[in-house]
Ligand binder design. Structure first.
Ligand SMILES: Cc1cc2nc3c(=O)[nH]c(=O)nc-3n(C[C@H](O)[C@H](O)[C@H](O)COP(=O)(O)O)c2cc1C
Length: 167
């Protein structure tokens, strides 16, 4: 199998683009994420795959929860700033206001829609871990139901395919 073709094919998979909120103790983070999907209706379960080297991976394991924050598709610049560990200053991450969900994870006030998940199961791979989380809370910001959310195709960024240097 040609890896160039495999990359190109995996990049055609339509994905959302969102921010994952995580927390372990006083360490909080937000991270740009494209691999996210619902995987069960009863209970309602969300799966995300997170790089094993990411700060977020350690925080989800430590805190046992994560939030999925869907974003206004006209504001995709935010995804660049959250593709490295975020700076926390009080109730902000990279200057964006957050609040604590019922599990304690940060949820972004500006998120158009959000899900809060309690970690139920982890499936380990070489590069990433698949985190399976049960939804414990969800909502929209005011007026959020009418706002189209960001997708991978709204940016020129790519994620996926075969492992490269930094993956
Ligand atoms: C467009 C885009 C999509 C991404 N999607 C994912 C993803 O689904 N899973 C993942 O582990 N990292 C993904 N990343 C990479 C992380 O955002 C990046 O590795 C981050 O530095 C790791 O987060 P940390 O702050 O928790 O260390 C993506 C990056 C970009 C730019």
């Amino acid at each position: 199998m040609d890896t160039g073709t495999l990359n190109a094919v995996t990049w055609t998979i339509p994905n959302a683009l969102c921010l994952i909120g995580s927390r372990s103790g006083e360490e909080w983070n937000g991270m740009t994420q494209s691999w996210v999907t619902q995987v069960s209706m009863e209970p309602v379960m969300i799966a995300i795959a997170v790089d094993r080297k990411a700060v977020t991976n350690r925080l989800i394991r430590g805190g046992g929860a994560f939030s999925v924050n869907l974003w206004d598709r006209t504001d995709t610049r935010i995804f660049r700033s959250f593709s490295k560990p975020a700076t926390r200053d009080g109730s902000t991450l990279n200057g964006r206001p957050v609040r604590e969900g019922i599990t304690g994870v940060p949820i972004f006030d500006e998120a158009v829609a959000w899900l809060e998940c309690r970690l139920v199961q982890t499936v380990e791979f070489v590069t990433h871990d698949l985190f399976l989380g049960e939804v414990v809370d969800a909502g929209f910001r005011e007026g959020g139901r009418d706002v189209p959310v960001a997708r991978m195709e709204d940016t020129r960024m790519k994620y996926g395919g075969v492992r490269r240097g930094g993956h």
